[in-house]
Ligand binder design. Structure first.
Ligand SMILES: Nc1nc2c(ncn2[C@@H]2O[C@H](COP(=O)(O)OP(=O)(O)OP(=O)(O)O)[C@@H](O)[C@H]2O)c(=O)[nH]1
Ligand SMILES: [Mg+2]
Length: 347
């Protein structure tokens, strides 16, 4: 009876949510929120009338798909992988009430870090200058930077291959990999983490063998493939379980045909040629390619075939996933039926 006019609880402060949206980039967040801080709303004062106050307006920050939310210690506390998924970054403070002596509470403050790993059907993996960006610009509408120096690409870029039946396959152009990338040399982890989320790998190698900015200025295509395999293996062995295809680029160059013949022989029995590489660089496992496609982004040779192969590989994989799902469902159904029968039997 002591407070006849103070029955209403103040409204809770607005929350801060991260909401996954297509076509959002980390850059756009930085531009929109240069202060880089979001503080959840403070609750409202207790109302004088015996009415409950309304909750404050939430702040929704649009983030790209593939965002991991990490706490200050680097521990992952959330993940946003599909459009519309939401993560509560900071909760609004409670409104004033009798219990808090009518005083509102402050909104939550939390320091979080956003880490973007691209989600794509196919990731382009290769040494710098192999022609990954040239390839992406050839098969999609993306306009990545292309130049005759290493590390032209420093940010991953996404492009989409459009098929006549409207199916689309997303392809991520990634920064070039170099020897030691697993130990964070070059673009290192920054690049390799994106490979984790691509469904399939498309290795792109330069058939001429010239390497820019790498210890050895010349590596045959076969050696390059082994070195790329080694880097992936050292970073995370599971990456090698992803379906992989191989595009052999720059087939327009004069040396290409002979080099290709040699490479194909080596790929038939890779184990017989491992000795060509320094011992410490030999990978424990070799990648098995679903398809090997010679291409030239200059002349267009092999580009249509490559698109067809990618499509086939992605479709096959999707079919396999569906099949596994069907099998799992069937098994569940069978076991639950069996359980029902058992119960009937015992009762
Ligand atoms: N001769 C020839 N040159 C090519 C071909 N494709 C690309 N190039 C050239 O190779 C160089 C590197 O091409 P990019 O597409 O930038 O290579 P990248 O693999 O994306 O390089 P990074 O971004 O540094 O990893 C450029 O000078 C291209 O013009 C090709 O089919 N034939
Ligand atoms: Mg590039």
């Amino acid at each position: 009876m002591g407070y006849p006019n103070l029955g209403g609880e103040g409204g809770r402060g607005g929350d801060v949510w991260f909401v996954a949206r297509e076509r959002t980039t980390l850059k756009s967040i930085r531009e929109k929120y240069p202060q880089k801080r979001f503080v959840a709303g403070t609750g409202a004062n207790s109302s004088v009338k015996a009415l409950k106050g309304e909750k404050g307006k939430d702040c929704e920050v649009h983030v790209p798909l593939g965002i991991s939310v990490l706490d200050d210690d680097g521990k992952q506390i959330g993940e946003l992988n599909a459009a519309g998924e939401r993560f509560l970054a900071a909760r609004g403070g409670l409104g004033g009430s009798l219990a808090t002596n009518f005083l509102p509470c402050k909104g939550q403050r939390r320091t979080v870090h956003l880490d973007l790993k691209l989600i794509a059907d196919v990731g382009l993996v290769g040494f710098p200058n192999a022609g990954k960006s040239s390839l992406l610009s050839k098969i999609s509408h993306a306009k990545p930077e292309i130049a005759n120096y290493a590390f032209t690409t420093i940010q991953p870029e996404l492009g989409k291959i459009m098929y006549p039946d409207y199916k689309q396959i997303s392809v991520a152009d990634l920064p070039g990999l170099i020897e030691g990338a697993h130990a964070n040399k070059g673009m290192g982890h920054k690049f390799l983490k994106h490979v984790e989320r691509t469904k399939q790998l498309l290795l792109v190698v330069d058939i001429s063998g010239f390497q820019l900015s790498i210890k050895t200025q010349f590596r045959t295509a076969f050696e390059t493939i082994l070195l790329l395999t080694k880097e992936l293996e050292l970073y995370k062995e599971e990456l090698l379980t992803k379906p992989a295809l191989l595009a052999i680029n720059k087939m327009d160059l004069p040396c290409a045909k002979d080099n290709l013949d040699e490479l194909m022989t080596q790929l038939e029995n890779p184990r017989d040629f491992l000795h060509l590489l320094e011992e410490e660089m030999i990978p424990a496992n070799t990648l098995e390619f679903r398809e090997v496609i010679p291409i030239s982004t200059y002349t267009g040779e092999g580009i249509e075939e490559l698109k067809t192969c990618l499509r086939k590989s992605i479709d096959e994989e999707a079919e396999q996933v569906n099949e596994d799902y069907r099998k799992k469902k069937l098994l569940l159904l069978q076991t639950s039926k069996q359980e029902q029968m058992n119960r009937k039997w015992h009762s």
